[in-house]
Design a binder for this molecule. Structure first.
Ligand SMILES: *Cc1c(COP(=O)(O)O)cnc(C)c1O
Length: 417
C-alpha cells in the first residue's frame, strides 16, 4: 500500500493549505515583501533534503553521509557568489533576521555601538530597534530621513557616525522607496572605521538583475533574505569580502545556528539559477516599471506618496490628505481583494498600530505577468476603495473584478489546474 497523502493524514491542515492557495490565486497581493516562488523552488524546498543533518560546511562536517549535501550547498554558494559578484557567500542563515544577528556576532561584543535607519523612517527592527535583541544587547544609534523630501539624511548619518564611531553601520530598508547611496555610506564608514553592512532583504532580486545599484564592492558585508524580490525559498544569506569570510562563517555556525536547512539551501540554488536568466532580468525591470505606473496612478487620484514616488518595487502612500487612516483602508482593500499592509509614514502623527499610511509593492503582481495597464487599473481600484472605505457594496463589486483580472494572470507555483 502506498503512503497516505496529506489530505488523508491531516484533512484539516490540507484544507487550510487549499484555502490559502486559492486566496493567493484570487487576490492582488501587494505586500511589498511577498512574492510567488516557482514550482521548481517549492519542489526543492519540500524535498527529502529536509531529513539530513549537516552541521559545518562542505568538506568540514561533523556527521557522515554528506556527499550530496556538500554538492548542493557548494552549488548554492557558488551560484549566489556569481549572481552578485561577491567574493564569498554564506547560504545557511535560516532567515533575514538570523543573518543579521550573525553579522552582529561576527563584529560586535555586547554593549558595542551600532548604527541603522530607525524603524519609523523605513528601517528594519534588526537594525537596532529598542524592542529587538539588536537594540537591547548593543548600543544602537538610529538615523532618519529628512522631513522635506523623506530621503535618508546623509548629513545626519555622517554627523552621528563621527560623534559615536559605531563598529557597524547598517544601510538597508523595509519601507523606503528610493535608491540607497552606497558610495556615500561607504565613504562615511571608511572615515570612522566602521564596517558597512548593506541589508538588501527587500531588493536582492532587483540588485541581482541590475534594476537597483549593487552594494557589493562598496559594503564589506551584504545581508539579505532570499524570499522577497529574489523569489526563492524563505531564508537568509550573507555576502562578504574575502577578508571577512571566515569570521562570517564562524558566526553563522557554530556561533548562532545548528544544522543548516538543506532543502531551503537547495531551493536557493534553484532560485539563483532562475535569477541568472534574461527572463528574470526582464522581470526585475518590470517590477520597477510597474511600481512607477502604480505610483503615478495613485498620485493622479490625490494620494500622497512618501518621498514623492519610487525607484524600486515599493510605494509608501500617506493617506492623510484622504482623511482615512492606514488600517481601515487596508481592511477595506482586503474586502476588495487587494492585500496591503498599513504602515507608519515618516514623522507620522498617528501610532504605529494605527498609522497614516499603507505600503504597496509590485513583486507578486509582476510575477503573474501583469504590466503597466494592469497597474493603472489597480491604482484606480485602490483609490476608489480609499474614497469609499465604508461602501461594502463597492468593495464586493471590485473584488469580483479583481478575481476576473487574476484569472487572466495565473500565478506561478500555485499548481492550480
Ligand atoms: C524582511 C527583512 C528582514 C528580515 O527577514 P526575515 O526573513 O523576516 O527574518 C531583515 N531586514 C530587512 C531590511 C527586511 O526587509
Amino acid at each position: 500500500m502506498s503512503e497516505p497523502t496529506l489530505a488523508q493524514v491531516d484533512p484539516e491542515i490540507h484544507a487550510l493549505i487549499e484555502q490559502e492557495r486559492h486566496r493567493q490565486s484570487d487576490a492582488l497581493r501587494l505586500i511589498a515583501s511577498e512574492n510567488y516562488a516557482s514550482r521548481a523552488v517549492q519542489e526543492a524546498s519540500g524535498s527529502c533534503l529536509n531529513n539530513k543533518y549537516s552541521e559545518g560546511y562542505a568538506e568540514k562536517r561533523y556527521y557522515q553521509g554528506q556527499a550530496v549535501i556538500d554538492a548542493v550547498e557548494t552549488l548554492a554558494r557558488t551560484r549566489i557568489e556569481r549572481l552578485f559578484g561577491a567574493d564569498h557567500a554564506n547560504v545557511q542563515p535560516y532567515s533575514g533576521s538570523p543573518a543579521n544577528l550573525a553579522v552582529y556576532l561576527a563584529f560586535m561584543k555586547p554593549g558595542d555601538k551600532t548604527m541603522g535607519l530607525g524603524l519609523a523612517a523605513g528601517g528594519h527592527l534588526t537594525h537596532g530597534h529598542g524592542v529587538s535583541i539588536t537594540g537591547k544587547y548593543f548600543e544602537a544609534i538610529q538615523y532618519g530621513v529628512r522631513e522635506s523630501d523623506h530621503r535618508i539624511d546623509m548629513d545626519e548619518v555622517a554627523r552621528l557616525a563621527r560623534e559615536h564611531r559605531p563598529k557597524l553601520i547598517w544601510c538597508g530598508t523595509t519601507a523606503y522607496s528610493r535608491v540607497i547611496d552606497y558610495d556615500a555610506f561607504a565613504e562615511i564608514a571608511r572615515e570612522v572605521g566602521a564596517v558597512l553592512v548593506a541589508d538588501i532583504a527587500h531588493i536582492s532580486g532587483l540588485v541581482a538583475a541590475g534594476a537597483h545599484p549593487s552594494p557589493v564592492g562598496k559594503a564589506e558585508v551584504v545581508s539579505s533574505t532570499t524570499h522577497k524580490t529574489l523569489r526563492g525559498p524563505r531564508g537568509g544569506m550573507i555576502l562578504c569580502d574575502a577578508a571577512h569570510a571566515k569570521k562570517i562563517d564562524r558566526a553563522v555556525f557554530p556561533g548562532l545556528q545548528g544544522g543548516p536547512h538543506n532543502s531551503q539551501i537547495a531551493a536557493l540554488a534553484v532560485a539563483a539559477h532562475e535569477a541568472s536568466t534574461d527572463a528574470f532580468r526582464a522581470y526585475a525591470k518590470q517590477v520597477v516599471d510597474n511600481a512607477r505606473a502604480l505610483a503615478e496612478g495613485l498620485a493622479s487620484r490625490g494620494i500622497a506618496l512618501v518621498a514623492g514616488g519610487t525607484d524600486t518595487h515599493l510605494i509608501l502612500a500617506d493617506l492623510t490628505p484622504k482623511d482615512v487612516p492606514g488600517k481601515p483602508a487596508a481592511v477595506a482593500l482586503e474586502r476588495a481583494g487587494i492585500v496591503v499592509n498599513y504602515n507608519s509614514v515618516p514623522f507620522d502623527k498617528r501610532k504605529p498600530f494605527d498609522p497614516s499610511g499603507i505600503r504597496l509593492g509590485t513583486p507578486a503582481l509582476t510575477s503573474r505577468g501583469m504590466k503597466e495597464d494592469e497597474m493603472r487599473r489597480v491604482a484606480g481600484w485602490i483609490a476608489d476603495v480609499i474614497e469609499g472605505v465604508e461602501d461594502e457594496a463597492l468593495h464586493a463589486r471590485i473584488a469580483g473584478e479583481v478575481k476576473d483580472l487574476c484569472a487572466s494572470f495565473p500565478a506561478p507555483g500555485l499548481l492550480l489546474d
